[in-house]
Design a protein around this ligand. Structure first.
Ligand code: M6R
Length: 353
């Protein structure tokens, strides 16, 4: 029930801090640290390569998850869009494990891949919000998102839940723990809270940059690139503004030709190692007339940035950086009088191929 909320999407964005906390509780072991069921841990450990299969927002979460498994646990990962996988099956490793990320657990494109890899005899794990969903029933293992029902077509809390569960899974199989995932998720939950409490400032940004925009760009590097893609998808989906998420370094290879006087460009700056590079990209687009909005994290933020995110562990920045982008899309859609919860042409779960 959306209660006093005008839209499910707003309610679901507000729930994000508590979703992270719920996940932490759900994955807590008797010893108090975060882990996953032993048989799932074993399946991940035994695989020599993980193949993440997903669509839309879940695919974007998968891109972040790849970094977790590779950086925390030295486990190689490929991430594939489910609808493409069937035509272009990659050469598989000796011992693959397939991971399906799907909020609904019903996405037909992803299910088709599951059916195929089962025929081939490969093991599978579904990460889903819906217990008993088709992909959960048909895979060997399931990790639940514990996000509660997500009703708005635009996925928000499921995305942060997917990232948190992927972080816990990677942490669980990591030999050298590069972070205390429980503590860092708690810090991230608080940082998300700060962002959902900054609605007024974020609404102003949406109004300043997007009321009449025909198109918009989101740029970032490394982790921020993945979040930029998710921000663009959110904006397209609910406000119908044509949007693209870009790797900062790719701009000069073509996209920068689209920058005109007043083109909105949202730049994410959360990664210290590439902060200067992305700020360089902002200068390049601003010099060509772009209306640039810099969303930076404490620690790498500078005076004049338009929104500052509380600092969290470098690997968990997507959890926080995505929130202002979700809210910007929400307010842009609202002010354009779009149907926020039920955008045109879209269904919550896409059960046709
Ligand atoms: O239920 P799933 O996670 O499998 O759904 C995948 C996509 O259809 C979904 O993420 C879609 O992109 C959302 N509407 C994005 O907000």
């Amino acid at each position: 029930e959306k209660g006093a909320y005008p839209h499910y999407m707003l309610k679901e964005m507000d729930e994000q801090p508590s979703v992270i906390r719920k996940i932490s509780k759900a994955y807590e072991s008797e010893l108090g640290d975060l882990t996953i069921a032993p048989e799932i841990k074993q399946a991940l450990q035994q695989a020599d390569r993980l193949y993440i299969i997903a669509a839309g927002t879940s695919y974007h979460a998968g891109l972040v998850g790849k970094q977790y498994f590779e950086k925390m646990a030295q486990k190689p990962v490929e991430v594939h869009i489910s609808s493409e996988f069937g035509y272009n099956m990659p050469l598989l490793s000796q011992k693959p494990l397939f991971i399906f990320i799907t909020q609904s657990g019903e996405t037909a494109d992803s299910r088709q891949v599951l059916v195929k890899i089962k025929e081939l005899g490969y093991p599978s794990l579904t990460i889903t919000n819906v217990q008993g969903s088709t992909l959960s029933r048909e895979a060997d293992h399931t990790l639940l998102l514990h996000a509660g029902p997500e009703i708005a077509v635009a996925s928000t809390k499921a995305y942060v839940a997917q990232i948190a569960v992927l972080a816990i899974a990677a942490y669980a199989i990591a030999e050298d723990k590069v972070m205390d995932v429980k503590q860092e998720l708690a810090i991230a939950a608080n940082a998300i809270q700060v962002m959902v409490d900054a609605k007024a400032a974020i609404e102003e940004i949406a109004l300043a940059y997007l009321p009449i925009a025909r198109n918009a760009f989101f740029i970032g590097r490394n982790m921020d690139y993945y979040v930029a893609m998710e921000g663009a998808l959110k904006l397209k989906e609910i406000s119908y503004i044509q949007a693209e998420g870009f790797a900062g370094g790719e701009l000069k290879h073509g996209t920068i030709a689209l920058i005109e006087e007043g083109t909105p460009v949202f730049a994410l700056v959360t990664q210290e190692a590439v902060a200067l590079n992305i700020r360089g990209n902002v200068k390049e687009v601003a010099a060509r007339g772009a209306h640039a909005c810099i969303i930076a994290m404490e620690g790498v933020a500078e005076e004049g940035d338009h929104l500052v995110l509380p600092q969290v562990h470098e690997l968990l920045t997507p959890l926080v950086a995505v929130v202002p982008l979700q809210l910007i899309s929400y307010y842009a859609a609202l002010h354009r009088r779009c149907d926020v919860d039920k955008p045109r042409n879209l269904a919550k779960s896409v059960t046709v191929e």
